[in-house]
Design a protein around this ligand. Structure first.
Ligand SMILES: C[S@@+](CC[C@H](N)C(=O)[O-])C[C@H]1O[C@@H](n2cnc3c(N)ncnc32)[C@H](O)[C@@H]1O
Length: 249
């Protein structure tokens, strides 16, 4: 499938312009609720005589958590994926699949490093999971980043991928698989990711820590790396861990 995997790694592209693609906000209802609850608690603390301190404390924690969440979804995850895609040393001609691509935060960064390859995104376009989630938005972001010719989007369920075995050199997924409600179905999505990966290919899944641990336990292989405050959805309780698997030959 790859044409030039023995070549030198592709050079990292310059950072995306802030006026370029717009990748939306993950789980917008959740962060809106946290922000509203934080604001209400602070207002209550300003008015109440009794319970002022607990209300102020709760409000401060909720507002700080909202800020951390917004930083992650608007900047932190983009910074992480740009660095990680550089770190794995793509040659530039790989076929890459992004599961639950949404508006293309990972897909577009990957495509920028694939001048002779292709980045495929799969999604069911849930607006609850990401604001403005539509295939047209993803393709518009690819065009804004100048990589429309290397990006394809597919409407499909990641528990049943419409691709043949060993079709991809790299499979990525960012904060997507945990959205599948049933554990068995989440595990099926991870099995599907391994099925479509070629031997020697890499699987990179960034997901909430408890979910990533379960995928690693299910596969019985791979390394786990907590990604720190820059990829916390509000706090360590929703911190993201990276599972990295290299498929055996
Ligand atoms: C929180 S968003 C993350 C999007 C993108 N990976 C990112 O980091 O910006 C989760 C994505 O997973 C998608 N998704 C959820 N369940 C899915 C499924 N069973 N198959 C395909 N996509 C799914 C949602 O539609 C949404 O786009």
């Amino acid at each position: 499938m790859s044409k030039n995997l023995s070549g030198a790694p592709v050079s990292p592209p310059p950072p995306l312009s802030l006026s370029g693609p717009r990748f939306g906000v993950d789980a917008p209802g959740f962060v809106a609720l946290t922000g509203a609850a934080g604001t209400a608690s602070c207002l209550a603390a300003a008015r109440w005589r009794r319970g002022r301190i607990p209300a102020a404390l709760a409000g401060s924690v909720l507002l700080a958590s909202t800020g951390v969440y917004l930083h992650t979804t608007l900047r932190g995850k983009l910074r992480f994926w740009a660095g990680e895609l550089d770190r794995i040393g793509l040659k530039g001609d790989e076929e890459l699949l992004d599961l639950g691509c949404g508006r293309g935060a990972v897909l577009v960064e990957a495509a920028r490093r694939l001048p002779a390859g292709r980045a495929h995104g799969v999604d069911l376009w849930s607006g609850a999971d990401q604001s403005g989630n539509r295939p047209e938005a993803t393709l518009a972001n690819a065009a804004a980043a100048g990589v429309a010719d290397r990006v394809e989007v597919h409407t499909a369920d990641m528990t049943e991928l419409p691709f043949q075995d060993a079709s991809f050199d790299v499979v990525t997924s960012a904060m997507a698989i945990h959205n599948i409600p049933a554990r068995e179905a989440r595990r099926r999505a991870v099995e599907e990711a391994m099925r479509v990966l070629r031997p020697g290919g890499r699987l990179l899944i960034a997901d909430i820590w408890w979910a990533a641990r379960d995928y690693a336990a299910h596969l019985g292989q791979g390394t786990l790396r907590p990604l720190g405050v820059g990829y916390w959805y509000g706090g360590p309780w929703l911190g993201v861990t990276l599972l990295h698997v290299v498929k055996e030959h």
